[in-house]
Write a protein that binds this ligand. Structure first.
Ligand code: FPP
Length: 225
């Protein structure tokens, strides 16, 4: 039976969730942050799950209206500050991925602090993808390796990525069927699950159902049964 050791989620649908209820889009992000907390806590208590990687802000999200971007930045900062004791309580290690140099000094400091203060935790690793794009991640990895004398191997490139861990199960909420520049290298053999539920409505029982389906899938990694 497969084990979903590394689950990655594209959390889509916050804006539509809010609009359907006649609320401002940012209310959807607020509701989405609560689901991030619930799902992280669930995963931290699940014996098979080692890693949860969540797409929180993409390299393309800067194109959104300024006020929405500012709101997301503030939400992220307050989320991390509030969650630090929860990470510690649940033995969750926070390992951000993405190029955080584009963020404000204060947000970078908060990200760094939560990372350092949870570095000793050896339970679930929660990675938030922050100013993350897979193409950008791969390019930065190639640039790190460009002066090496020998040919670059798969293992070398993989280790130079922000996230050097293969994804087992990749979930996208919100109804679209695309990867949106998320963990492209790491998802080479991931099982992909797309669901119509908007992220703020995504529940633990849905995640449990997807994990159950995943355990039944026959994964061949290009080989034969
Ligand atoms: C997509 O919804 C979601 C995002 C832009 C990023 C995810 C952000 C959160 C879940 C909230 C903040 C997270 C943390 C960790 C504090 P969308 O706005 O693209 O939705 P739409 O497709 O309905 O417009």
């Amino acid at each position: 039976m497969n084990q979903a050791k590394h689950i990655a989620i594209i959390m889509d649908g916050n804006g539509r969730w809010a609009e359907i209820q006649g609320k401002k889009r940012v209310k959807g992000h607020e509701a989405g942050a609560k689901v991030v907390k619930e799902i992280t806590t669930y995963c931290s208590n699940h014996q098979d799950i080692e890693r949860l990687t969540l797409y929180a802000f993409s390299t393309e999200n800067w194109k959104r209206p300024r006020l929405e971007v500012e709101f997301l930045m503030k939400l992220l900062e307050s989320y991390l500050k509030n969650e630090l004791p929860v990470y510690l309580e649940n033995n969750v290690r926070f390992e951000p991925i993405g190029d955080i140099r584009a963020f404000s000094a204060s947000l970078q400091k908060t990200i760094q602090e939560v990372k350092e203060k949870t570095a000793h935790c050896d339970g679930l690793v929660q990675s938030l993808a922050l100013n993350y794009g897979a193409q950008d991640e791969i390019l930065r990895a190639i640039n790190k390796l460009k002066n090496c004398e020998n040919d670059i191997t798969e293992a070398m490139l993989s280790n130079a990525l922000d996230c050097p861990h293969d994804v087992d199960l990749l979930i996208r909420t919100g109804g679209d069927h695309r990867l949106s520049n998320f963990l492209l290298w790491q998802s080479a053999y991931a099982e992909l699950f797309f669901c119509d539920t908007l992220w703020p409505d995504f529940s633990i029982s849905q995640l449990e159902k997807i994990i159950h389906e995943f355990t039944q899938v026959e994964r061949r990694f290009g080989g034969l049964k």
